[in-house]
Write a protein that binds this ligand. Structure first.
Ligand code: SF4
Length: 323
């Protein structure tokens, strides 16, 4: 498959929602979708979540096939946890600028320069980087996990420098940061957000910790994608300016139909706060990958085992804290 996805014409009269439901039952398949997927995919998913929720769900499923509507490193994580299951990704080109910002060979050299440090990596990284890490974190559990490391233990944090800087501030730990970032979360315009806040004085400004520090300084609440969603449900406010990928607004609006959600504006006129990688998955590609059971995530067993250890540590620590 040259293109990384199945490029087959689909009968336009086919009800894809119905077909996907049928395929799920026939093949004992579970469809996991990230909050940043397009609304149609979220609506047909069995489970919608952020990286931590999706990893936990992937660990506990009885399904024979895991269909992962997200990006490559997420489907890889599902495969690492489920070597005997078939893991499908509708489009293998669905990468991640943050994961790409940490090439394994360069990271290995960086690690060698800090031999007395352990490596804590954000889950948004490749299996190769996971294999070079001691503990994986997500934005939901990162703070607790960093705090659980003995205070005299030196730490490298990779690959997201913004989340790393946020954690340094929150935990007071002096971590060595890898210089990576997410293209979507670095695009927000401080000036436009300030103007928007002035026009909507009662709106709460909420942001994901992958955003840059000056943007985070303006926020009324900072949290993981799930944390942001919960905050909008529990808050008395009725208006929110949301600085993360726009896909989450679909769930926010569904959970609180009477509240208003405004995507934080990017610093140019494009829709750059839509993740172009996440949005490569479409309902059509999803249907085709379930029907033909390809593209499938493949991984060498040695790499899989090495990448599994730091994920298991994350899941253990998360379970201990009830996260
Ligand atoms: S939003 Fe950023 S971190 Fe998430 S998949 Fe897209 S590029 Fe990667």
């Amino acid at each position: 498959m040259k293109a990384g996805f199945l490029d087959i014409e689909i009968d336009p009269t086919l009800d894809l929602f119905h077909e996907i439901e049928r395929l799920k039952k026939e093949k004992n398949a579970i469809l996991l979708a990230h909050y940043y997927q397009e609304p149609d995919i979220q609506d047909v998913a069995d489970y919608i979540g952020d990286s931590l929720g999706l990893a936990q769900k992937a660990q506990n499923t009885d399904a024979d096939i895991i269909v992962f509507a997200g990006v490559h490193f997420m489907a890889e994580t599902a495969k690492i946890l489920n070597p005997n299951k078939k893991v499908l990704l509708p489009d293998l080109n669905a990468g991640c600028s943050l994961a790409d910002s940490a090439p394994a060979d360069q990271f290995r050299k960086f690690k060698e320069k800090h031999p007395d440090h352990i490596v804590i990596s954000y889950i948004n990284c490749t299996a190769d980087i996971k294999a070079l890490s001691d503990i994986i974190v997500t934005s939901s559990n990162a703070e607790k996990i960093v705090e659980s490391v003995p205070p005299d233990q030196k730490i490298i944090f990779a690959p997201d420098k913004n989340l790393g800087a946020y954690l340094v501030k929150k935990t007071g730990r002096d971590m060595v940061l890898w210089n990576g970032a997410c293209m979507v979360h670095e695009i927000f315009s401080l000036e436009k957000i300030t103007k928007l806040k002035t026009r909507h004085p009662n709106a709460k400004f909420i942001a994901h910790p992958e955003c840059e520090e000056p943007v985070l300084r303006l926020a009324d609440y900072i949290g993981s994608t799930t944390g942001l969603l919960k905050y909008t449900q529990q808050s008395d406010a009725t208006e929110f300016i949301v600085a993360t990928e726009t896909g989450i607004l679909h769930q926010m609006q569904k959970a609180s139909p009477n509240k208003t959600f405004i995507p934080a504006p990017p610093n140019n006129s494009c829709a750059c706060n839509d993740c172009p990688h996440m949005k490569l998955n479409t309902l059509e590609k999803l249907y085709l990958c379930m029907e033909y059971e390809t593209p499938e995530i493949q991984m060498e067993e040695e790499l899989r085992k090495a990448a599994r250890k730091p994920i298991d540590r994350m899941l253990e620590i998360s379970a201990r804290y009830g996260l």
